[in-house]
Design a protein around this ligand. Structure first.
Ligand code: ZN
Length: 328
């Protein structure tokens, strides 16, 4: 399972491979990019390429070192995240990893630590790791993984070499689902669109369920009329039962209105995330103008925000549907 088997991110892999070959690897990297696009897989692959006994500047996936890295049991490669039941990565964890980085590698190669997600390090932990970065131990490699730089100290982010990971193109995700997961091509195309370039999401079971759900949601929304107030009140009641369900629905509605907006502007279905609902989206685009779609999109965002603040869900959703059908 060499580098060439990794899905997407050709440029990032090329630059890491080049640095590895020329012994130009930096001592600290910051991998940035959306959830589920493969940042951790690349970090793991780089660790394997450094430690693999069978291949130079690449990895076999089958030797003792590769296997131990994949199972998280390699003495020179440590993955650090919040401890079970905790929300943060603490200064104690950072001190421990600093100690590790200072030891000599068992393999005689590098000591590697991957922190994921790095934004969950609390500030004392970030300050501590900053000190390590000021004087990095010899033959050590630190990889911080994060979706954005928001939760990171600017001084910390600036001491790492940044590598950005973009969402994968839908055709790459779809191709992976067909060839590796034996998905039917139509299903793969839909899942790739729903997952918005995240392979991790595309293969999650939740995603398959979401595809089913949104079909039902789209049909119910489509059948709502201003006259039938019972219809939208019932829908609000059904969704309000569970907080998570209400939020999932609203998150989906945001993608739905975004798609309608794309259709209003471009007149075609390129880039839609609700690909299988194209006909429905087209009808909505014809029925509502751009401004109205933008307004409803903002209402969906607002409604989700109020529900997160624990406002009465049923009331918030009823209000939203009243806007949707044009009652107020
Ligand atoms: Zn190997």
């Amino acid at each position: 399972m060499p580098f060439s088997d990794i899905v997407g991110h050709a440029k990032q892999l090329e630059s890491l491979r080049w640095a590895l070959e020329k012994e130009r690897l930096h001592h600290a990297y910051l991998f940035l990019g959306p959830e589920g696009v493969g940042k951790k897989a690349v970090a793991r692959s780089l660790a394997m390429a450094i430690q693999c006994r069978e291949q130079d500047y690449d990895f076999c996936g089958g030797c003792a070192d590769c296997v131990r890295i994949q199972s998280g049991n390699h003495p020179d490669v440590r993955f650090v995240g919040p401890l079970v039941g905790k929300k943060e990565i603490t200064i104690q964890q950072v001190r421990e990893l600093e100690r590790e980085l200072n030891y000599r590698a068992f393999t005689g190669r590098k000591k590697i630590v991957v922190v994921d997600p790095a934004s969950l390090m609390n500030y004392p932990a970030q300050n501590a790791i900053l000190k390590t970065l000021e004087e990095p131990p010899k033959n050590s490699l630190l990889i911080l993984i994060s979706t954005n730089t928001g939760g990171l100290l600017p001084t910390l982010a600036s001491r790492c070499l940044r590598l950005s990971f973009a969402p994968l193109p839908p055709e790459i995700v779809a191709n992976f689902l067909v060839t590796q997961k034996k998905a039917a091509p139509e299903e793969a195309e839909i899942l790739a669109a729903v997952s918005m370039g995240s392979l991790g999401k595309a293969i999650s079971q939740e995603m398959g369920e979401l595809v089913q759900k949104r079909k039902v949601w789209a049909e119910r929304i489509h059948s709502l009329t201003p006259q039938d107030c019972r219809g939208w009140m019932k829908l609000a009641e059904d969704l309000a039962g569970e907080r998570e369900e209400s939020l999932k629905f609203l998150e989906w509605v945001e993608t739905w209105y975004r798609d309608i907006l794309i259709y209003c502007v471009t007149g075609n279905s390129r880039g839609l995330s609700n690909l299988e609902l194209e006909e429905n989206i087209k009808q909505q685009a014809d029925k509502n103008g751009r401004e109205r779609v933008l307004f409803l999109l903002s209402q969906a965002v607002l409604t989700a925000a109020t529900i997160r603040r624990n406002v009465n869900r049923r009331m918030a959703l009823e209000n939203f549907f009243a806007h949707m059908v044009g009652v107020h």
